[in-house]
Write a protein that binds this ligand. Structure first.
Ligand code: PXP
Length: 245
């Protein structure tokens, strides 16, 4: 069954908007776990616009679950991640002006840096290193070549597709990408823009989907039905739409 990890960055976004101490992302993470989440995701950005270093320390100290530390290739953040030793480190591109992560990592173009950073993350004791990539065969092959043992497929183009035909074409690229990644021995994660409406078609179509990472839609839904219930609802939709093999 595909596991559900919840990204709690936007609880920190709300807290920081008022320069307050609440809402507390750690408390939100605990509610996610009570609702059935299989792990917690956070992105320590170079600009610290949502999650702060102190949040990361508190997650590591108090959350007894799988932690997925999203990070760029910035040496300072790589150092912090190695010190925290989450179970999973997911490397993502980062641009200061972006509202959110805007696309997959250019693994081909960053091959040299990745050949240094990926082994460094493993050497620090992290068991799983994923690269966030678009469903492009060269990027997936390069992910295996630089030594990652997982990819996270960028689902933003699927979620934002303007019409059913465009969505179907992205979905078929996702299916091919997942098959290729599986053949290369990579574990398959996916995320960005997934929600209760667009997940079912995605979940049923994409083979070997081990994990999804969902943030914004859950935090938004939690305003209506509460965090625990929003996670329980998403998890039950995932369980009702098991992936193909
Ligand atoms: N995966 C990655 C690599 C991301 O950068 C993000 C957004 O922070 C997500 C998943 C979650 O996306 P969303 O918040 O749209 O669910």
């Amino acid at each position: 069954m595909t596991r559900l990890l919840i990204n709690i960055d936007h609880v920190a976004t709300l807290r920081n908007a008022r320069q307050e101490r609440f809402p507390d992302p750690l408390e939100a993470a605990q509610a996610c776990l009570a609702g059935g989440a299989h792990g917690i995701v956070f992105h320590l950005r170079e600009d610290r616009r949502h999650i702060k270093d102190e949040d990361v320390r508190r997650f590591a100290a108090h959350l007894d679950t799988k932690l997925d530390f999203e990070l760029s290739l910035a040496p300072e953040i790589v150092d912090i991640c190695c010190g925290v030793k989450p179970q999973l480190a997911t490397l993502v591109p980062e641009r200061r002006a972006e509202v959110t992560t805007e696309g997959g990592l250019d693994v081909v173009g960053n091959r040299d840096r990745l050949e240094r950073v990926v082994p460094r993350l493993f050497d620090s004791g992290i068991e799983e290193v994923a690269l966030f990539v678009d469903p492009i065969p060269e990027q997936i092959r390069a992910s295996a070549e630089v030594g990652a043992n997982a990819i996270e497929l960028h689902t933003g183009d699927y979620a934002n597709a303007s019409d059913p035909l465009a969505r179907q074409s992205v979905l078929s690229a996702m299916v091919d990408a997942a098959k290729l990644a599986h053949e290369l021995g990579l574990t398959i994660h996916a995320g960005h823009g997934l929600d209760i409406h667009n997940y079912p078609a995605f979940g049923r179509a994409v083979p070997h989907l081990a994990e999804v990472s969902i943030g914004f839609a859950i935090i938004a839904r939690a305003l209506s039905i509460g965090m625990e219930q929003a996670v329980t609802e998403m998890r039950s939709i995932i369980e009702q739409n098991p992936h193909a093999h």
